[in-house]
Design a binder for this molecule. Sequence first.
Ligand code: KIV
Ligand code: ZN
Length: 578
Amino acid sequence: MAVETQYKSQARSEFRERYAVYFSQFRELCMNIVLNDVNADDKVLIFDTTLRDGEQSPGASMTSVEKLEIARQLAVLGVDVIEAGFPAASPDDLEAVRRIAIEVGNPAPGEQITLHTPVIAGLARATKGDIDKCWQAVRHAAKPRIHTFLATSDIHLQYKLMMTREQVLAKVSEMVSYAVQHFTNAGIKPDVEFSPEDAGRSDKEFLVHVLKAAIEAGATTLNIPDTVGYCTPEEYGFLIAYLREETPGAKNVIFSTHCHNDLGLATANTLAGVRNGARQVEVTINGIGERAGNTSLEEVVMAIQTRSPQYGVFTGVNTQHIARTSQMVSHYTGLNIQFNKAIVGANAFAHEAGIHQDGMLKNWQTYEIMKPETVGWTASRLVLGKHSGRHAFKMRLKEMGYPLHDEELDKAFARFKQLADKKKTITDADLEAIVSDELYQPREFFTLEDMQVICGKTGMPTATVCLRDMAGRKTTVAALGSGPIDAAFKAIDDIIKTPCNLLEFAVHAITEGMDALGEVTVRLETLEENPRTFGGHGADLDIIVASAKAYLSAINRMLAAHGTNKQDVTSALELKAA
Ligand code: KIV
Ligand code: ZN
């Protein structure tokens, strides 16, 4: 039976692979028919800012490889615009946006630019330097966008910018024109977005003047940020309607929402904006972002889809990819998803009460308004086991959306075999954990070579940890602790000597049963005056090993952010040895 299932799945993927081009052309054709049939004005563009505003969540910093992977997944999800980062923030950020522009912002070789080729945007303050850097990064995309912003609320003008309203108006005209010039010089149709930061608390009449200036200078999208999540849905909806009505030239541009969740109203405000004519929404996966976060993509998309007569609009999101994207973002950022989070929380489709379970058995609509499969929640399938070969493994990963190249496949397959020796059946969730744990870890300054732990009811818990550095050298240290995990972390600290505080530590079982793979996430904080936080994750059948891996992954991230290189690591160890 298992062999038959495996064979069918392999045949299915070969069929899909062979006819992929035709499928994609057919989908394109259908989309065009849809867009011609229904009013194109009814499409709400999804502008995903997980990699920019989302990355501003404390502790959510991602490596450039992780950002690239997420950008790829966002393209599969079908978002229209990917805000890939803030190129002026650092050379690394610029490089990450540039790579995304090249690799995700262009059709595959031999294919044409289509509706599914996402626009790649970068954020820039309203300065020539920022705009130049942004252009340097996004210009490699088939559809580049510069997103520039300047605050407009009196509180920002007075205390942050120290500018008058007249100066702000002049700066908006000058900088939007400057951004537009980059496109005209390159012979490309301009795609410039302007955001009046803190619009939610700005004077409405002044906003009209600012937006008029931006339109006259060539802005094509006007984004209205409720930067501090202050507005109520009525106010925000009214603000969008008012600005669309009062701003000269508003009919020729797209109005966009950008809401923060400080009062828990981000989704409600965004939907109020859509009802009042906004046709782009700025959102993040799992709602991650500064403070209480941004509007979450999955909530807005599913509200628009589930209550479609209510809103009369549609999005291009392929909702079946929502769950995977959500898990990927959670893994890479180290930010766990709250259990009761709408759409993507572990309990979003769980039914505990007997009455509910009974109702569900009779008709799912008694207690559900959408099917879990619609957002990509599939019952964990038993797919592979000890005897599965490399080909079946490769095919299953490919079906799951991980087309690994040979070197990656070798690493992941070796890990799969180790796991299959200890665990009877390997589910999709296990495979996801293997891929993210094995392949998408931060640059590894140190890796866990081995560890042994002694613990029990009597005696001091002891951990002996052996780490390998980038030069391949191994260092072994033993440490005591209040528990086995504490002892393991102390041994790691003793080798690496990175001053940091452990802020958060969480363990959860990825799959069910006694042989479940345990996943640990940790968050660390540096001891600097302005502390930075870093997340890490690790998965293993042994949760103490998973904990050590997670701790190391956060430390590797910290070292990468501090510009550590191989030489630093080697000299630190030499010093220790001396
Ligand atoms: O919240 C905000 O105001 C922003 C802008 C930079 C668009 O993120
Ligand atoms: Zn924001």
